[in-house]
Design a protein around this ligand. Sequence first.
Ligand SMILES: *Cc1c(COP(=O)(O)O)cnc(C)c1O
Length: 495
Amino acid sequence: MDVLYKSTRGDGTLITGSQAVLKGLADDGGLYVPNQIPKLDIALEKLADMNYREIAYAVISKFLTDYTEEELKDCIDHAYDSKFDDEEVAPVKKVGDVHFMELFHGSTIAFKDMALSILPYLLTKAAKKNNLENEIVILTATSGDTGKAALAGFANVPGTKIIVFYPKGGVSKIQELQMITQKGDNTFVVGVNGNFDDAQTGVKKMFNDVALKELLDQANYQFSSANSINIGRLVPQVAYYVWAYSRLVKDGTIKAGEKINFVVPTGNFGNILAGYYSKLMGLPVNKLICASNDNKVLFDFFQTGNYNRNREFILTSSPSMDILISSNLERLIYHITGEKEEENIQFMNQLTQEGEYTITEEEKALLADFFGGYADEKENAACIKKTYEDWDYVTDTHTGVANCVYKKYLEETGDKTPTVIVSTASPYKFARSVMTAIDEQYDRKDDFELIADLNQLSKVAIPKAIQEIMDAEIVHNHISDIDKMEDAVKGFLNI
Ligand SMILES: *Cc1c(COP(=O)(O)O)cnc(C)c1O
């Protein structure tokens, strides 16, 4: 059956999956959602015998129905190949009484790789299908992680170019090195003299600039975006929930059909929403435990039904979760309010104008699949330390939040359902925070010393992504003022 896509703020107009991938955001400002959630049509017993790529195909093909089998398999084979340093792609490891699904074995050692490895292929195939003649230019502003994952995904992909702006001085040393050493003739990285908001605003301005659009078109280029609200990032994420389930069947933790919980360290709500879609597809999921750090907007929302961003923005050691507006939550709101565009638009307008909205009691009752929790900085550090001491297993700070919230969940509910903690980054990516959580003495050392120490302590090999930046050549050294970003783009594209 064909799955089509409509906007959460639209008039019900339907477009194909490949068109939704190309568009990213709908013109009305809404997010694309499937007009029906397809069912998994593989017996759960069978899953245990499938590898990651086979499961990815079984899931993605259900959602993106206008791609042929050959096209999708080609995308999947190019995405989930030896870039991943584990042949299982996303190994699921038993640690004590829980399982950790490690989504950080790709090129940038964070979970964004799971979607950004495949998006370039989905996008270039979509361009062909829809007879776009122009070359696609991905334009992105990044606060650190997304930029590198997008660069790695699009580097050397024929028919694309990628331009990334990051705030000079506003990202970590490791994050900056990761970006400015990026190889590939089609990549361009620019440090901006400004903060992330300045860079983001500059990029948005270029997207909306009609004259620039015409200039690009004359040179056979067009802009596209790789940000996390693209359905082409959401759909591939559904696959690893099914994958995790298959591994628990395989290792005998559960019998096919039994339910499991997932704990997800959450920021923009993209990852956990993919988990919700897996449940709607028929995967036996009990609770989706939504873990927040000190920026606990989502925890409060699940408690009260009031989403309120009017609060202090707190910088934490899990920066990818420092978010007050979780954009993908709009999709959940749309689904639970009966897919009524008008009501959704009203909530989202309230969020823009007043910074908050409140769903009804009946709507809140429909959120029972979720459990919201949070962990503060101290709790997180203690949890990282204890997990290392008890199990010789080192998590990063984001996964630490999830681990910590799971402990609270157990205390509160006593729920014995087998549980998978979704592990979103390698501890190497956040070596300083991780090491000082284990022992404050480490704070005196420099970043590369800490990596060596983490290697000794965790006995986990230093990932290629880290080794590479230790001796890689810096190939991007372009710096731009905020009002010169457009010139930088024109220079790179020679227009
Ligand atoms: C992006 C990110 C998250 C948050 O994921 P969302 O889909 O935005 O909820 C959590 N952990 C890490 C390491 C990330 O990079």
